[in-house]
Design a binder for this molecule. Structure first.
Ligand SMILES: [Zn+2]
Length: 159
C-alpha cells in the first residue's frame, strides 16, 4: 500500500512514513500533478480537497474528513485496515527514502553527545544523510498510536 498526500496533509504524511508506509508528499503540488503521480506510481491519493476528490478515480482516492491527526489516522485504520505497529523508522520522514541502520560508532560524530549516550539504535537516510533515533518525539507518537489502537479495539471509530 503506497500513498500520496496532498499539500494539506504534511503531518499525516510524516506519520505514515514513521509507520513505514511509502508516502509521497510535496509542500506544493498542482492537482494534475498529484493525480498523475498517483496513477503512474500506483499510489492511493489522500486529500482534504473536495474538488480534487471529485476528479480522482474513486477506487484509489480517499477524502480525509478530519483536521486532527488522530482522527485522520483513525479514519485510515477504519477504511484501509492500516497496521499501526510496524517497525518504526524504515523511511526518512523528510524525503521518504528507505532508511539504513548504522552502528553506534558511525553515529557517534553525527549526533549530539547526549543522544549518543542515551540511544542504542540509529538510522540514516542515504539521500539526505539525516540521522534518526527514537526520542521523546517518537515516544509521544507511540502514545498517540496507542490511543488510536484503543479506539479501534473498542470499536469507537464513529469519530
Ligand atoms: Zn531523507
Amino acid at each position: 500500500m503506497k500513498f500520496i498526500a496532498d499539500c494539506m496533509l504534511g503531518k499525516l504524511a510524516r506519520w505514515l512514513r514513521i509507520l513505514g508506509y511509502d508516502t509521497a508528499y510535496q509542500t506544493f503540488a498542482e492537482d494534475d500533478h498529484l493525480l498523475e503521480q498517483a496513477r503512474s506510481e500506483n499510489r492511493i491519493l489522500l486529500t482534504r480537497d473536495g474538488p480534487l476528490f471529485e476528479r480522482a478515480p474513486q477506487d484509489c482516492c480517499i477524502h480525509i474528513d478530519h483536521n486532527a491527526l488522530e482522527d485522520q489516522m483513525a479514519q485510515l485504520v477504519q477504511t484501509l485496515g492500516l497496521t499501526l505497529d510496524r517497525e518504526p523508522f524504515t523511511r526518512c520522514l523528510i524525503c521518504n527514502t528507505p532508511l539504513v541502520e548504522i552502528t553506534r560508532q558511525e553515529a557517534r560524530d553525527q549526533v549530539p553527545t547526549y543522544v549518543f549516550q542515551t540511544q542504542k539504535r540509529f538510522f540514516k537516510c542515504p539521500t539526505d544523510n539525516q540521522i534518526f533515533w527514537r526520542g521523546t518525539h517518537v515516544d509521544r507518537m507511540d502514545e498517540c498510536l496507542d490511543r488510536i489502537k484503543a479506539r479501534v479495539v473498542k470499536g469507537d471509530t464513529t469519530l
